[in-house]
Design a protein around this ligand. Structure first.
Ligand code: GDP
Ligand code: IMO
Ligand code: MG
Length: 427
C-alpha cells in the first residue's frame, strides 16, 4: 500500500511543488486533495520554471497520472488556462483526472471573497481573493455547485438559484453591489462542460483500485499545517484541511492505506497574509531572508513575511500529521550568517512553554526563546550527500531534526530537481 502524503509543515510555500516533482518520476498518481488555486507551487526543471496553482505538480512527470480529488475547489477558467499554458510549453496534460464531486468556484464566490475582505477592513484575513473560503462555505451549507452538476442543466440552474437567493440579498443590501443574474452564471458554467468532460472521473474508485494493484500514489497538500481550518492559527487560516487527515476525506482513501506522511519544512519560516507569527523579523535579517530566498508569493505576488526557524511549530506539525519524515528545504538560503537563531520554545506571559498553545490569546502573546546555532559560509548548492555539507550545516540539520520529532530524510539546497540531498529513500 504505497500511499504517501506530502504536505506543508508551516504556513505554506515550504517547497511542496519541488518535492512533489522530485518524487513524481517514481510514482503512478499525484493527487491534490484540498485547496484550490490559492496554492502556488513552483517547479524548476532544467532551465524551465513552472508555477502550478490547481494542477498537481506530478503533471510534469510523463509517467504520472495527475488527479484533482473531491476535496479540491476548482475554478474552471483557471484550470483550463493552466492546462493550455502547459500544452503550449509542450507538456502533455491528457491524463488528468478531475473528480466529479469536486466543488466549483463560481464567479459569485470570487466576488464574495473580495467584498468580505474589504468589509473586514483591518481585521481582514489577507486571503488570496480566489473565492476559496466562500466556495467551501457553500459546500458546507449544502448550496455548492459540483463538477458533475455541469452535466445536468436543470439541476445546475436550481442549485445556482438556491446559492444566489441569499447571496444576492447580501450583495445588494449589505455590500451595495449589483445582484448577480442566475442565467448568466449558468451560461458561463455550461460553457466549461464540454472542455472539462474528457477529464471528469470517479477518482475515488480509480485511486482505490490503483492502491489495490500496488500502484504508488502521492497526495500533494496545498497550503500548510498552520493554515489548516481545524489545526491552524484560526481564524487566520485557509478554509480546508491541508493536514494529513485531509488526504483521506479529500481523495476518498481510508487512513489504513497511508504508509508515509512527509512534512515539507523550510529551514526558516515564512507566512503570507495576516495572523500571528512569533519568529517574524522586521530587521535586515528578515529583509535578507526575503531577498536571498526569493520570498514573494507565486499566486498574489505579495512579499512573504520572514522569520527564523520555529521548532515549536515543527513539533506540532509532527504531532497533528503523524509525520514519518521531513524534507528540509532552502538550507542554502541560510549560508552566510555567522550565527543562526532557532526558536526552541515560547515565553508566554513570563512562562516558558515548549508546545504550541491551543489558545489564540496565548499564541498572540508568544515570544520566541532562541538558541544560537553556528552558521557556515561555504556554498552548499552543489552538495550531493550529507557528508558534503560543512560541519556547521550538518549540525544545524541535526539540531532541527532532534527538536522537530521526525527524521529529516531529504534536504533542499537549491530550487532545481537535482539540488537535493537524499538521506532516506521515500519509496
Ligand atoms: P510551495 O507552495 O510549497 O510549492 O512553495 P513555493 O513554490 O510557493 O515556494 C517555494 C520557493 O522556493 C520556490 O520558488 C521554489 O523554486 C524554491 N525552492 C524550493 N526548494 C528550494 C531549495 O531547497 N532551495 C532554494 N534556494 N529554493 C528552493
Ligand atoms: P501554497 O500551496 C501561503 C493564505 C493566504 C491567507 C490565508 C487564507 O502555495 O503553500 P485563502 O485565499 O486560502 O482563503 O487565504 O491563507 N494562503 C497561503 N499562504 N501559501 C499558500 O499556498 C496559501 N494559500 C492560502 O495568504 O493568509
Ligand atoms: Mg506556494
Amino acid at each position: 500500500m504505497p500511499a504517501l502524503v506530502l504536505l506543508g509543515a508551516q504556513w505554506g510555500d515550504e517547497g511542496k511543488g519541488k518535492a512533489t516533482d522530485l518524487l513524481g518520476g517514481s510514482v503512478d498518481y499525484v493527487v491534490r486533495y484540498q485547496g484550490g488555486n490559492n496554492a502556488g507551487h513552483t517547479v524548476v526543471v532544467g532551465d524551465q520554471k513552472y508555477a502550478l496553482h490547481l494542477l498537481p505538480s506530478g503533471i510534469l512527470s510523463p509517467g504520472c497520472t495527475p488527479v484533482i480529488g473531491n476535496g479540491v475547489v476548482v475554478d474552471p477558467s483557471v484550470l483550463l488556462s493552466e492546462l493550455s499554458g502547459l500544452n503550449e510549453r509542450g507538456v502533455d496534460t491528457s491524463k488528468l483526472l478531475l473528480s466529479g464531486n469536486a466543488h466549483i468556484i463560481t464567479p459569485y464566490n470570487v466576488t464574495v471573497d473580495k467584498v468580505t475582505e474589504r468589509f473586514l477592513g483591518k481585521r481582514k484575513i489577507g486571503t488570496t481573493g480566489r473565492g476559496i473560503g466562500p466556495t467551501y462555505a457553500d459546500k458546507i451549507n449544502r448550496v455548492g455547485i459540483r463538477v458533475q452538476d455541469l452535466y445536468d442543466e436543470s439541476i445546475l440552474t436550481q442549485k445556482v438559484e438556491a446559492a444566489l437567493d441569499v447571496k444576492n440579498q447580501i450583495l445588494t443590501k449589505l455590500y451595495n453591489r449589483r445582484a448577480i443574474a442566475v442565467d448568466q452564471v449558468v451560461e458561463e458554467l455550461l460553457g466549461y462542460a464540454d472542455k472539462l468532460a474528457p477529464y471528469v472521473a470517479d477518482t475515488v474508485l480509480v485511486l482505490n483500485q490503483a492502491l489495490e494493484e500496488d500502484k504508488v500514489v502521492l497526495f500533494e497538500g496545498g497550503q500548510g499545517t498552520l493554515l489548516d481550518i481545524d489545526h491552524g492559527t484560526y481564524p487566520f487560516v485557509t478554509s480546508s484541511n491541508p493536514t494529513a487527515g485531509g488526504a483521506c476525506t479529500g481523495a476518498g482513501v481510508g487512513p489504513t492505506k497511508i504508509s508515509r506522511v512527509i512534512g515539507i519544512l523550510k529551514a526558516y519560516t515564512t507566512r503570507v497574509g495576516a495572523g500571528p507569527f512569533p519568529t517574524e523579523l522586521f530587521d535586515e535579517d528578515g529583509e535578507a531572508l526575503r531577498r536571498i530566498g526569493g520570498e514573494r508569493g507565486v499566486t498574489t505576488g505579495r512579499d512573504r513575511r520572514c522569520g527564523w526557524f520555529d521548532a515549536v511549530i515543527a513539533r506540532y506539525a509532527t504531532r497533528v500529521n503523524g509525520l514519518t519524515d521531513f524534507f528540509l528545504t532552502k538550507l542554502d538560503v541560510l549560508t552566510g550568517w555567522e550565527q543562526i537563531p532557532v526558536c526552541v520554545a515560547y515565553e508566554i506571559d513570563g512562562k516558558r512553554v515548549e508546545e504550541l498553545p491551543y489558545s489564540q490569546t496565548d499564541f498572540h502573546h508568544a515570544k520566541p526563546v532562541y538558541e544560537m546555532l553556528p552558521g557556515w559560509n561555504e556554498d552548499i548548492s552543489k552538495a550531493k550527500s550529507f557528508a558534503d555539507l560543512p560541519k556547521n550545516a550538518q549540525s544545524y540539520v541535526k539540531a532541527l531534526e532532534e527538536m522537530s520529532g521526525a527524521p529529516i530524510s531529504a534536504i533542499g539546497v537549491g530550487p532545481g530537481r537535482d539540488e537535493t540531498i537524499e538521506i532516506n529513500s521515500f519509496l
